[in-house]
Design a protein around this ligand. Structure first.
Ligand SMILES: [Zn+2]
Length: 395
């Protein structure tokens, strides 16, 4: 079986966080979880069926059953494994180094955003520190992220598999790096990567193969009897959008931004501005004492539109009053940090998301709303690339 050897360049830091919240060492399981999530969305997008996305809902392989594994397991479990059935490949990632965790926020929201992010990344329980008060609060994070300019990524097929693992994963990694993000906490800017060494023929073959896999997966893998309505909420590439905007050469946060955390000398502005939280959540806020001003950010932008009530906003962006990390980093819309493909080059931002059927709003409508938001937030921003479903799914 053919090994797949690729190299990866991080455009924004990668997060694969372990249980205590740190991401100092690469956790392959953190990457595998995101690979699987995209694989499932692609299979659904191709009209196929996969089991419940939560591990409790995964298929189970029973050796004693007369049916072959292909009939017992859904395509995602066949490749990524489940109870009684091992993952069909090994993922090896090397040459990633820890970098300090820090963010940039508009100065008016520095303290509130700092508190949010500080809590989201483990607060003092993870070794972080918070000193001072008000706008002079100094936040220090106890956890780190990962960075790699020439990270090696190897995919080693392990077991017999009906299909070409290298082709399927080439196609998968191409979709993820182009239109989404890799790893965890991708809604909040992490995981923008360039994958080098992908082979166009392998990508095309992988796409063709997955279409066959999807077409033959029509058996019901629905172990927990998920209703059709629930099913409509699961990630499906047919209900997806992704757009990349060019912001220009100047760092929009140069004078208006303030650092949360300490980059410890890392020359981050050559590569990225970690401001996804500022864009996605809030960069200006209404003064709660005087009532003056207004909230500005992607979330309030949607909430103020007639066709998006607060329930729809919660579905797209996660709950605003969430107390736990899971809840506040949730939601279906992801925003990258501002990133540069080369030093001194333009800054870009990628915004993508899954708009579930149950919302009654089309992905294109959400994307158009985002166009207007981005052009309001970053004057002169230009839409450079947009996700095309037919092209991505090879249909
Ligand atoms: Zn399954």
């Amino acid at each position: 079986m053919q090994k797949l050897e690729l190299s990866l360049r991080t455009l924004t830091p990668l997060w694969t966080g372990n249980i205590s919240g740190n991401s100092i060492h690469i956790r392959e399981t953190g990457l595998l979880g995101s690979l699987r999530w995209w694989y499932e969305g692609i299979i659904r997008g191709m009209g196929g069926s996969v089991c419940d996305p939560l591990p409790e809902g995964h298929c189970e392989f029973k050796q004693e059953k007369p049916e072959p594994p292909e009939q017992q397991l859904c395509p995602a479990c066949l490749l990524f494994g489940c109870t009684g059935w091992q993952r069909r490949f090994r993922l090896e990632v090397t040459d990633l180094e820890p970098i300090p965790l820090f963010f940039v926020a508009s100065s008016g929201v520095y303290q509130t955003s700092g508190n949010w992010l500080w809590r989201m990344f483990g607060a003092d329980e993870a070794g972080g520190k918070k000193q001072g008060r008000g706008s002079s609060t100094k936040f220090t994070f106890g956890v780190q992220a990962l960075w790699g300019t020439e990270t090696k990524l190897r995919i080693i097929p392990l077991k017999a598999f009906q299909g070409n693992i290298s082709a399927q994963l080439s196609y998968l990694l191409n979709i993820i790096s182009k239109w989404g993000a890799l790893g965890a906490k991708t809604q909040n800017g992490f995981g923008q990567v360039i994958v080098n060494g992908l082979n166009e023929d392998l990508i095309t073959n992988g796409c063709q193969e997955l279409k066959v896999v999807a077409a033959s997966s029509q058996v019901n893998h629905n172990k927990n009897n998920i209703s059709q309505n629930q099913l409509k909420n699961y990630f499906d590439l047919r209900r997806f959008f992704s757009r990349i905007y060019e912001i220009g050469h100047d760092n929009p946060y140069k004078t208006a931004g303030k650092l949360i955390g300490d980059p410890c000398g890392f020359n981050y502005q050559d590569f990225f501005i970690p401001c996804a939280f500022d864009i996605r959540y809030k960069s200006r806020s209404r003064n709660p004492f005087t009532g003056q001003g207004e909230d500005f950010g992607m979330r309030p932008w949607f909430k103020n539109k007639k066709q998006y009530d607060s329930k729809a906003t919660d579905i797209l962006f996660g709950k605003s009053k969430a107390r736990t990390d899971e809840d506040c980093s949730g939601g279906r819309i992801g925003v990258s940090h501002l990133y540069r493909k080369q030093r001194d080059g333009s800054f870009y931002v990628k915004i993508w998301g899954h708009v579930p059927d149950s919302l009654g709003i089309e992905p294109e409508d959400v994307a158009r709303e985002i166009d207007m938001f981005v052009q309001t937030m970053f004057r002169g921003a230009k839409l450079r690339t947009e996700f095309k479903q037919k092209e991505a799914l090879g249909s």
